[in-house]
Design a protein around this ligand. Sequence first.
Ligand SMILES: Nc1nc2c(ncn2[C@@H]2O[C@H](COP(=O)(O)OP(=O)(O)OP(=O)(O)O)[C@@H](O)[C@H]2O)c(=O)[nH]1
Ligand SMILES: [Mg+2]
Length: 439
Amino acid sequence: MKELISIHVGQAGINIGEACLEQFTYEHGITQSGTFEPQDNLSSSNSCHTMFHESESGSFNARSLFFDLDQDKINHIKKGSYKSLLSSENFVLGKESSSDIFSRARCIAGHSILNECLEATRKQVEKCDSLEGFIFYHSVGGGTGGGLGTLLCEHFSIDYNGKYKLSNAVFPSPDISPSCVEPINSMLCISYMIENNDLTICYDNKALYRILYEELYQECPIYEDINRLIAFNVANVTRSMRFGGENNCSFREIKSKLVPYPMLLFLTSSYSPWTPKEKAYYYNYSVKDITCQAFNPNSFMTSCDIRQSKLIACSLNYSGNINYTDANNALSYMNLESPFKFVENESKKLSVNINPHTSIVNPYSGLAKTSISLSTLCNSTGISSIISLVSNKFMSLYSKRAYVHWFVGEGMESGEFRYKYENLRALERDYVELEKNHD
Ligand SMILES: Nc1nc2c(ncn2[C@@H]2O[C@H](COP(=O)(O)OP(=O)(O)OP(=O)(O)O)[C@@H](O)[C@H]2O)c(=O)[nH]1
Ligand SMILES: [Mg+2]
């Protein structure tokens, strides 16, 4: 069994970390005090070693690291429900704040704790027999999540060359933005991610709020609810790595299937059926139902419509008692009703995996456990809409040099903005080219 190390950076990263601990302890039958108490036949003690390290005394510790420049979130998780699964080796706290500025987090405040973060990582890596890679969790628009997150990713590319890095990145929402410098932070973060990440799953809070509100009927969803959806998605993506099975999908395979062009590593994800817990008994879904729903724009965790754009590649991960004939029939039906548009004129870019076990739903999530479900990972030109949103908002500030002096005084040179922005423009152009070609 391969191991995965989770790296939680900044507020969003750490908050999602707590949701991940809730999801993964539940799935693997680990109690809050770190003992193994299997809940069902899936939770074999072997499967939990991907995410948890077993100490000599037999208790389990999470293979998770929490890095931040503000103490609030770190202190919260240190004292929280999962404190017994963590020790001082799982945390690094900075000495000065980023003041929300990417360059300050990356070049000054983050840089001063870089060695501690690398050392904490080295200790986790030492506890692994066969490390698969790192899963990062962070926001794109936060100073620390973006700045320190990308700095670490860059160092891991050198220190752990050949190990895969998957980012779960919260992108700025189209119309919810808590900080005036978010577009600048986001532009810089995306530009660094293009250079150093293997795969990035994009989320935006607007899309996630909509799922909670419209699909799961939660009246006042908060970050905690959103974060449970992100944790659930990561659980679905990593399920075969954790539990094994014939469709054991490593990061290497995901990357080779979904990322044919090196810069276009930004993925979006959907799930179906998004059914509220209290409605579980009203519905009896067919494979066709869940397949059609999974491609509905409302099922995606990013605000983009992939049916109106072109698919570069997509993996469909079914769970439950489903056979390949039913899955392929459902896809053919969809294709007849409204043909998939691919960047090239061929339809071999949909890969189907079937895991015979049903998805494991965290009882606090408000989501119903259903006998069959589908989780997708899509590489689509539609994702360019959230990249362009960042790039346009950045340019409208940068053209007036708004806030630029906050960054230049804090570790960046003014020329770097242009250079980093060019990376984003090149990415946007690649998407436009793919949209145009192969019609
Ligand atoms: N999904 C989700 N998004 C969050 C959460 N906390 C903050 N965000 C989003 O993340 C962005 C702000 O980034 P933060 O993670 O708060 O910032 P940070 O990484 O701590 O960096 P600093 O600016 O240095 O504090 C905004 O777009 C917020 O909407 C969370 O718990 N869950
Ligand atoms: Mg913060």
